[in-house]
Design a protein around this ligand. Structure first.
Ligand SMILES: *Cc1c(COP(=O)(O)O)cnc(C)c1O
Length: 494
C-alpha cells in the first residue's frame, strides 16, 4: 500500500513508514492511501472473536503493509494494554433503544486522542528504523491543553524519540496544567511560556522553519518532527474503533451482520469523523455520518450549503477541543469526493480568501454520506442535564454536543437505526463545566470539581485523573516566548 498527496496524484508515492515520518506531503497536501482495502464479511466475523489490540493490528495491517503483522500486534498490545486503558479501549454503553455511546476516553489522559497517540509513537519509532533514519526524532508541540498531555503520555519512554511541549502559562486549565507538570518519562520536557497559545504555536513554527536550527540539531544527532493530528499515523488507528463497535453490536445481538448503523462524531479537525468515513468506504455497514459541532458551526454550514467560510466570529466554548475554524482533515474528504485537482483549487482559495465553495456534484456526493448539526452552549448544558436525568449517565461537554446532534438527527429524520455516538472525553476532564451544567452553580474550585462531581453523581473519578492534586510536580520552567529555542537547546544539553 502506497500513499499520495491530496493535492497531486502524479507525485511520487510513499510507504506508510515514510508518510508517518514525514507527516505532511511536500506540496502541503495530506497523505491518503492510494486505494481503500476492503473489510469482508469473513474479516468482520474473524474480528469479532478478537480482543481490541488484535482488532487494531488487523485493521492497521490493511493500510500499513510495510509493517509486519508481528510488529503491529506487539505495538497494539503495548498501546492498548488493560493497564493503560482501564475500563477497556472503546467500550459501548447503551443509552436507549437507538443510541450507543462509544467511550473513547479510557486511556491514560482520559480523552480520545489517546486512541491514536498511544500507538502512533510506536509506529514512528519503527518508521525511523524502516527508513534508515539514524538520528533521534525531537517532537515539538505547542498545546492549548489536551493534545500536549496526550502526546506526552504517548511518546514517553519511546525509543529514539524526545519530546518537548510548550504551553501558555495562563492559557490552560488547572487540571490540564497539573497533568502536564506531573508528567513522567525520561525523554520528555514540559515548558511554560509567557504568552498565549498563538505565541507558543508561532514559536514552534519559527523553530521548525529555521534552517540554522535544523543544522545545529543535525550536528547533535536530532531532527524535528511533529505529533500533528493530520499525520496518517494518527488517523489510521481511529478507523479501528468504528469496526470494533460494529463487532461489539454484532456480538451483543443488537444487530445482525449487514445491518446498517449510523455514527455521530463531535468534530473539530474532522479527523475522527473522517476515520469513520474510511471505515464505511472499507465496507463497514455505516449509513449516515452525523457531524456534530458546537457554536463554532462552520462544518454544519458547509455540509448544508457547500460553502466553507472561516471569515466569521470565533467563540470560546465549554467544548474547547472543538473550537476550530480550520478543519484540516476535511481536505482528505474533498480528495475522495472531488479528486486532487479540485482539492488543490479549494485549498488555494481557502488560503487566499478564507473560503471556498464546492461544486454541486461534490456537495451532493458529500451529502450522500454526511449531515451536520450543532449544539450551542445552552443546548450542551441541557443535554448534559437531560442525559443524567433520563438515563443516569454522565457525559462531558464534547460528548453532549454529539448526543444533542444525534437526537436532532433522529428527531428530524425518524431514522431508528442503531446510532453509535463517539464520546471523546471523560466527564471528569471537564468536571467544572459538567458540574455547573448539572447543578446550575459553580464548584468550589476547578480542582475540587472532580471530587464534588463524584460525590454528587456517585460516578467514580476516571482512573488517570484520580489524585491529580497530590502528584509530584516535575516541570515548573517558565520562559519568555522569544526564548523557546534556547530552552529547547538547553533541554537537549541536559
Ligand atoms: C480533539 C477532540 C475532538 C475533535 O476531534 P477531531 O478529530 O479534531 O474532529 C473532540 N472532542 C475531544 C474531547 C477532543 O479532544
Amino acid at each position: 500500500m502506497k500513499f499520495q498527496s491530496t493535492r497531486d496524484a502524479a507525485a511520487a508515492k510513499l510507504s506508510a513508514a515514510q508518510v508517518i515520518k514525514q507527516g505532511l506531503a511536500k506540496d502541503g497536501g495530506l497523505f491518503v492511501p492510494e486505494n481503500i482495502p476492503t473489510l469482508t464479511k469473513a474479516d468482520i466475523e474473524a474480528l469479532c472473536a478478537m480482543d481490541y489490540p488484535a482488532r487494531a493490528a488487523t485493521v492497521l495491517g490493511k493500510f500499513l503493509t510495510d509493517y509486519t503483522a508481528e510488529e503491529l500486534l506487539a505495538d497494539c498490545k503495548a498501546a492498548y494494554a488493560p493497564t493503560s486503558f482501564v475500563g477497556g479501549a472503546a467500550p459501548l454503553h447503551k443509552l436507549n433503544d437507538t443510541m450507543h455511546i462509544m467511550e473513547l476516553w479510557h486511556g491514560p489522559t482520559a480523552a480520545f486522542k489517546d486512541m491514536a497517540l498511544q500507538i502512533m509513537p510506536r509506529l514512528l519509532s519503527r518508521a525511523l528504523v524502516k527508513t534508515g533514519e539514524e538520528r533521534t526524532a525531537l517532537i515539538l508541540v505547542a498545546t492549548s491543553g489536551d493534545t500536549g498531555k496526550a502526546a506526552l503520555e504517548g511518546y514517553k519512554d519511546i525509543d529514539r524519540i524526545k519530546m518537548m511541549v510548550f504551553y501558555p502559562v495562563d492559557g490552560v486549565s488547572t487540571v490540564q496544567k497539573l497533568q502536564m507538570q506531573t508528567q513522567t518519562g525520561s525523554n520528555v520536557n514540559v515548558t511554560a511560556i509567557k504568552g498565549n497559545f498563538d505565541d507558543a504555536q508561532t514559536g514552534v513554527k519559527k523553530i521548525f522553519s529555521d534552517t540554522d536550527v535544523a543544522k545545529e540539531l543535525d550536528k547533535q544527532g536530532y531532527f524535528l518532527s511533529s505529533a500533528n493530528s493530520i499525520n496518517w499515523g494518527r488517523l489510521a488507528p481511529q478507523i479501528v474503533y468504528y469496526v470494533s463497535a460494529y463487532c461489539d453490536l454484532l456480538s451483543s445481538g443488537e444487530i445482525k451482520y449487514g445491518d446498517m448503523i449510523n455514527v455521530t462524531v463531535p468534530t473539530g479537525n474532522f479527523g475522527n469523523i473522517f476515520a469513520a468515513y474510511l471505515a464505511k468506504l472499507m465496507g463497514l455497514p455505516i449509513d449516515r455520518l452525523v457531524c456534530a459541532s458546537n457554536k463554532n458551526n462552520i462544518l454544519t454550514d458547509f455540509l448544508k450549503t457547500g460553502t466553507y467560510d472561516r471569515n466569521r466570529d470565533f467563540y470560546l466554548t465549554m467544548s474547547p477541543s472543538m473550537d476550530i475554524l480550520i478543519s484540516s482533515n476535511l481536505e482528505r474528504l474533498l480528495y475522495f469526493v472531488a479528486g486532487p485537482e479540485k482539492t488543490a483549487e479549494y485549498m488555494k482559495s481557502l488560503a487566499q480568501t478564507g473560503a471556498y465553495t464546492v461544486d454541486d456534484d461534490t456537495r451532493k456526493a458529500i451529502a450522500n454520506h454526511f449531515c451536520g448539526y450543532f449544539a450551542d452552549e445552552a443546548a450542551t448544558t441541557a443535554t448534559i442535564r437531560d442525559t443524567m436525568d433520563q438515563y443516569g449517565y454522565l457525559i462531558d461537554t464534547h460528548t453532549a454536543v454529539a448526543v444533542s446532534a444525534a437526537a436532532q438527527y433522529v428527531n428530524e429524520t425518524g431514522d431508528k437505526k442503531p446510532m453509535v455516538v463517539a464520546s471523546t472525553a471523560s466527564p471528569y476532564k471537564f468536571a467544572s463545566d459538567v458540574y455547573t451544567s448539572l447543578y446550575n452553580e459553580a464548584p468550589t474550585s476547578p480542582l475540587a470539581a472532580l471530587d464534588e462531581l463524584s460525590e454528587k453523581t456517585g460516578v467514580e473519578i476516571t482512573y488517570p485523573l484520580r489524585g491529580i492534586g497530590e502528584r509530584t510536580v516535575r516541570f515548573t520552567n517558565v520562559v519568555e516566548a522569544a526564548d523557546m529555542q534556547n530552552a529547547m537547546l538547553a533541554y537537549l544539553a541536559e
